[in-house]
Design a protein around this ligand. Structure first.
Ligand SMILES: *Cc1c(COP(=O)(O)O)cnc(C)c1O
Length: 379
């Protein structure tokens, strides 16, 4: 194969177990599999994650939920983003668990669930400082009461989302603490009126690492389960444990050397002639470009690992190809594998940094034309 994304499902399962160990067996894990499982393949990730002990899944769109149901997933599937009113019948049909931020939406869901003759579980979403979806904290008890009194709805849970949980900066730690405090207060107000808030959840990856007070009944770490730690919890004042949580990148992006050629001193390579050989050298043409998901902004700032050695990528990254400088003498042969990130190479976060973005975007942007090859050896 000219290019492939090897998905190490065994690593994913180990990451799930490591998080479970960190949060304790009494708490549950919800696996965000939105954006096709952060580019890894939602269904395969969902199955592996549930096998490793996760409780439920979360998607952004209704179609993403349908894909899981079509694939045979029976576990609860949280719908994190607000669906369009047209999609409500599909929410009911696929038995997704929507996050509800207002009474209008709750009412529409209740009507449709009633017509279908089912009781639909929903979670209340409270905005405690993310400023995105979610009701204002002071409105939470009212909406909670409304849901609890809707005959075709089951008030199954209460959630919030943290805006800066992965940051170890002092003011961000304070901000997160305040968000958690607001959330606790809203939960208390909900309980005060005799409504059970159900499964309470708030923690994304950053909070799993840095904010145990945000773990509640369930955590929703995405990037952490896919193998990326944004923060080093031992290096922060918040350090939770001296038993660091080790995770491994699940995706390994691999291409191969499709051509090798001599390059003479003074010759330039690729579009825009941004790179010129200062000495005679050898170039390897690699079959991966920005259309596959290797960011063009990483041109001249990234490298590939071939036969265990690291070679700089030189010149502009093209749509379907890029070029590695092998030096004058080389053991590299045509058709050798070349690892771009993961596996024996650095992870996607370093690549993301070179391209001025975040690892989330790099892994999500691995194009669908790149086949996902599932490594089940360690499952
Ligand atoms: C995506 C998402 C998560 C997971 O975030 P990570 O930073 O990947 O851990 C959790 N909760 C909500 C609501 C999300 O949208």
């Amino acid at each position: 194969m000219r290019v492939k994304a090897i998905i190490h499902l065994g690593y994913f399962m180990e990451n799930v177990r490591a998080v479970q160990k960190r949060i304790g067996s009494e708490r549950r894990i919800c696996i965000p599999v939105k954006a096709d499982g952060y580019g890894h393949g939602a269904l395969q990730i969902a199955k592996a994650g549930l096998d490793a002990g996760a409780f439920c899944l979360a998607v952004a769109g209704v179609d993403e939920g349908k894909e899981l149901r079509d694939g045979g997933i029976k576990a609860p599937v949280l719908l994190l983003s607000q669906p369009h009113p047209e999609e409500i019948p599909s929410v009911i049909r696929e038995f997704l668990t929507p996050l509800v931020s207002d009474c209008d939406f709750a009412q529409a869901l209740n009507a449709e669930a009633m017509a279908a003759g089912i009781k639909l579980p929903v979670h209340l979403k409270i905005d405690t400082g993310m400023g995105r979806m979610g009701c204002r904290t002071e409105d939470a008890p009212g909406i909670a009461g409304f849901i609890a009194n809707s005959p075709a709805l089951e008030y199954a849970g209460t959630a919030t989302h943290l805006a800066a949980a992965e940051s170890a900066a002092k003011d961000d730690i304070v901000y997160t603490g305040r968000q958690i405090e607001c959330f606790r207060k809203a939960l208390e107000d909900i309980r005060k009126q005799g409504v059970d808030p159900g499964i309470v959840h708030a923690a994304n990856s950053g909070a799993v690492l840095l904010h145990p007070e945000a773990w509640f009944d369930m955590v929703r770490p995405g990037i952490l389960l896919y193998g990326y730690k944004q923060v080093n919890e031992e290096e922060t004042a918040q350090g939770i444990s001296n038993d660091p949580l080790n995770v491994k990148p699940v995706m390994e992006l691999q291409t191969c050397v499709v051509f090798i050629k001599k390059v003479k001193k003074g010759e330039s390579l690729s579009y825009g002639r941004t790179w010129t050989a200062v000495n005679d050298t050898t170039a390897a043409i690699l079959s991966i470009g920005y259309a596959d998901g290797l960011p063009r902004l990483a041109s001249g700032k990234w490298q590939a690992v071939i036969r265990g050695k690291t070679y700089p990528l030189v010149g502009r990254i093209c749509m379907d190809m890029c070029i590695a400088d092998l030096g004058p003498e080389t053991e590299v042969r045509r058709w050798d594998d070349a690892v771009i990130f993961g596996g024996c190479a650095q992870g996607a976060s370093a690549l993301a940094e070179s391209a001025g973005t975040v690892h989330y975007e790099v892994i999500c942007n691995v194009n669908k034309r790149v086949p996902r090859i599932y490594d089940v050896s360690s499952r």
